[in-house]
Ligand binder design. Sequence first.
Ligand SMILES: [Zn+2]
Length: 136
Amino acid sequence: MTAKCRHIQETLLRDYREGGLPAPEHETVTEHLSACDACAREEEQMTAMLALLHTALPRHEPKLDLWAEFAPKMAEVRAEERLGVLARLRLRAARFWGNVALGAILFTQAVALNTTARFHKYLLVDPFLVPAEENF
Ligand SMILES: [Zn+2]
């Protein structure tokens, strides 16, 4: 394998297959492929492999359907816009008190965690566990 063959097989051939080479280089590769058996064989194998990849194997592309997530929220907003003023105010008030309740729950949790951490040092010895000789 000459240096030119190596260069063609390792770097140019893939772009050649996909039509991504500039015209002069494309022509050079075409000429070389008609003259060199090794490179022609490599090109055939690459073609066969690509054909196999494109047809025989199933595609597992991730599906990202943003519309499926977005559409219900849009419908919700539109439904809210169609409500009367009073109903809309009631809905917003309910949402507000829901947020307040959630905040209160989170605040209580934070205080409880903080208190537990602060008083943990006093609970290293169980105060209700009285040694036997102090019973008298
Ligand atoms: Zn060659």
